[in-house]
Ligand binder design. Structure first.
Ligand code: ADP
Ligand code: MG
Length: 327
């Protein structure tokens, strides 16, 4: 069973950044608007995430780290209408199977928090009281300490941290009203205040993507029936230093989808911007039953019920945005 857990963990946990992704998604699902992320040695040595979400009641702590235990799916119907980011009930079970793991949490109804811990999920401690504010604190140490074959494939801390940093950028772009702090080896890398308005949005965009992007940004805002596309794309005057500035979100989830990438490219090709590498931050929203996010556990691919309809909408909207005269 221990071996089965470790194999299953391979699906969810590829590297430290995948741990951070799962922990942040859980925190956001719990309604947190404050996320503190501390990592050491690229997350290989330690990852700690504190959130101010609704927390987990003491008697549900053991369940939270059990495989296929999720509090988020109530009926089979829900599987097709997923609003929360997580839904498989695998992440904490998988992560704890391959690390020294500690979960501490406190709900608003409790006078104290409670913590459980394990090394490799073979044996869990009994819940013990711990003084923490309402919310959840998860600590993941020595990732893959018990799976040397996997640990060997981790890259240098600097590289692993690069993946974490990129992940936090992606999340911070999509969740403007959430405060993010990221520290690496005790040094603050990002300190992003929650955003209230358009000006704040642009400030966060500037902090994450640079002044050049913001100065070159065209606002995108289109609606057609239940489809909505909003965000920013850079004018061709923008000469970016960063190689990859292509952020596309579907219902709040960052995706890398061939269909969408192609639609953006074609919108550029349809206009004078032909030949330029697009740079953009775009959010597509559509009814959840129109999109399947259940394609792969890493969840960066999606499948649309009516792909042509979505493709045409994205391509046409961006073409119009580009064609809008620049004042
Ligand atoms: P999933 O997110 O797919 O439900 P996870 O293994 O990621 O599965 O989490 C298991 C359960 O633990 C969640 O359904 C949720 O009830 C609880 N949980 C995990 N992280 C948090 C958190 N940060 N705040 C509140 N509840 C959490
Ligand atoms: Mg989850």
């Amino acid at each position: 069973d221990q071996l089965a857990s470790q194999i299953a963990a391979g699906e969810v946990v590829e590297r430290p950044a995948s741990v951070v992704k799962e922990l942040l998604e859980n925190a956001l699902d719990a309604g947190a608007d404050r996320l503190d992320i501390h990592v050491e040695e690229g997350g290989i040595r330690r990852i700690a995430v504190h959130d101010n979400g609704h927390g987990i009641p003491k008697d549900e702590l053991p369940l939270a780290v059990c495989r296929h235990a999720t509090s988020k799916i109530v009926t089979a119907e829900d599987l097709h209408r997923i609003h929360t980011l997580g839904f498989r009930g695998e992440a904490l079970a998988s992560i704890s199977a391959v690390s020294r793991f500690e979960l501490a949490s406190r709900t608003a109804e409790e006078a104290t928090g409670w913590r459980i811990a394990s090394d490799g999920a073979t044996h869990w401690t009994e819940p013990a009281p711990v003084a923490i504010p309402v919310g959840t604190r998860i600590e993941v140490k020595d990732l893959f300490f018990n799976v040397p074959a996997r640990r060997k494939f981790l890259k240098a801390p600097r590289t692993e941290f690069g993946h974490i940093d990129e992940l936090v950028r992606r999340m911070a772009l999509a969740w403007p009203s959430v405060q993010f702090t990221l520290q690496h080896n005790g040094k603050t890398v990002h300190q992003l205040r929650p955003v209230q308005d358009e000006a704040g949005q642009l400030r966060r965009l500037e902090m994450l993507l640079g002044k050049g992007f913001v100065e070159a940004a065209l606002a995108v805002e289109f609606e057609s029936g239940p489809l909505r596309l909003r965000g920013w794309m850079a004018r061709p005057t923008f000469n970016r230093a960063q190689a990859d500035m292509q952020y596309f979100y579907v219902n709040g989830r960052m995706v890398r989808d061939k269909l969408l990438v192609h639609a953006v490219r074609q919108a550029y090709a349809d206009t004078l911007y032909h030949g330029r590498q697009p740079a953009y931050v775009l959010f597509l929203e559509l009814p959840p039953e129109q999109v399947d996010v259940n394609v792969h556990p890493a969840k960066s691919e999606v499948r649309f019920a009516e792909a042509r309809w979505v493709y045409d909408f994205v391509r046409r909207s961006l073409k119009d945005a580009i064609a809008t005269p620049i004042e």
